[in-house]
Design a protein around this ligand. Structure first.
Ligand code: GLP
Length: 223
């Protein structure tokens, strides 16, 4: 697999434009969306696209912390409202809430699957909250977060003790069923893990490495 390198702005522009083209040329589209600092630039680009009608587009977010109210400043629902949903109106936006989690995979399937899935990558190679050791056939479920992830994500909280220790996440199996995937890694601290995930062995120890088996996945890196 080839890693496409460019500036962060250019990558976000390309991905956002591809999303716009999908939405413009289809009566109905389904997006899989990620949180974290990396996709913010994509959402910024999308939010400028006022001439595009997203009212026939459904969104499914990848993950959400367990134990944080949706109004909590660090909940992923709050993040999405702030960066995208407060600026662009979609048909409907879905999160793996406690109530929806048992039906999440079936809901996505009933929506005819995800047309474009945006992914970031954790410094331990996780995608969504599928931590090292996750099998290829994993479905949407509750997971325990690793210490590495809790530490990485503590930068958004006042202290490490405040970071939730569990999350609800889309599974690898569901992610792999997406018709097209764009993974974006931003920053030198992601360089090594990205290289291992994309050009190393395919292993549950690096969940992002399963993407090597996806027929329509593009990998982007910016320093
Ligand atoms: C979180 C999310 C992931 C995301 C990762 C990287 O753990 N669950 O979906 O890819 O963070 O985040 P960042 O883009 O901030 O480095």
């Amino acid at each position: 697999m080839r890693i496409k390198r460019n500036t962060y702005q250019k990558i976000c522009h390309v991905i956002a434009s591809n999303i716009r083209d999908l939405v413009k040329h289809h009566d109905f589209s389904v997006l899989g969306l990620a949180t974290g600092s990396t996709p913010i630039g994509i959402y910024k680009e999308l939010s400028y696209m006022k001439d595009t009608d997203f009212s026939n587009t459904l969104t499914y977010n990848l993950d959400e912390y367990v134990g944080l109210d949706k109004h909590h400043s660090q909940s992923y629902e709050h993040f999405m409202n702030k960066h995208l949903f407060g600026k662009l109106t979609f048909h409907s936006n879905h999160f793996p809430t406690e109530k929806l989690l048992p039906y999440y995979d079936a809901m996505i399937e009933n929506s005819k699957g995800i047309d474009i899935q945006i992914l970031g990558i954790g410094t331990n190679g996780h995608i969504a909250f599928n931590e090292p050791g996750t099998p290829r056939d994993s479905k949407s479920r509750i997971v325990d977060l690793t210490e590495n992830t809790i530490k990485d994500n503590s930068r958004f909280f006042d202290s490490m003790d405040e970071v939730p220790t569990q999350a609800r996440t889309m599974g690898i199996d569901t992610i792999m069923k997406s018709k097209r995937i764009y993974l974006i890694a931003h920053g030198k601290h992601k360089k090594d893990i990205l290289e291992k995930a994309i050009n190393g062995d395919i292993t549950p120890e690096i969940p992002a490495s399963f993407l090597q088996e996806h027929p329509n996945c593009e990998i982007y890196y910016s320093e």
